[in-house]
Design a protein around this ligand. Structure first.
Ligand SMILES: [Zn+2]
Length: 115
């Protein structure tokens, strides 16, 4: 795995931690647990062959990562009981999208997303 790949995985832990500490001060541990549970969305990678491909953009490939599902994650973020799960899913999608931008550039990502 490349250094960029390791950095990407590290961000999946650090960004939720930062958001939890800043936005959910008194209940930051609970918020963090829910946001980390959002990483279970990567179980849709089990449907792919090969399971891991460093050159694949998950935002345009894996079913739970496709942009039409994102509004559902936004709705989860609006509901108080599911807020941190929804926020975690949205953060996850943004981090994965940023990795695709790093790999292919924004124009190519948008072309692939809406093709
Ligand atoms: Zn992902």
């Amino acid at each position: 795995m490349s250094l960029a790949g390791l950095g990407h995985i590290l961000l999946h832990f650090l960004v939720p931690l930062l958001i939890a500490r800043v936005c959910a001060r008194a209940h930051w541990r609970n918020a963090l647990v829910w946001m980390l549970l959002a990483m279970l969305v990567d179980l849709d990678h089990l449907l792919a062959t090969p399971l891991y491909d460093p050159d694949r953009c998950s935002i345009t490939y894996h079913p739970l990562h496709l942009w039409p599902v994102w509004p559902l994650y936004g709705l989860l973020a609006l509901w108080p009981r599911t807020r941190w799960l929804g926020v975690g899913l949205l953060v996850h999608m943004l981090l994965d999208a940023s990795d695709c931008v790093r790999q292919f550039g924004l124009a190519e990502l948008l072309a692939r997303m809406f093709d």
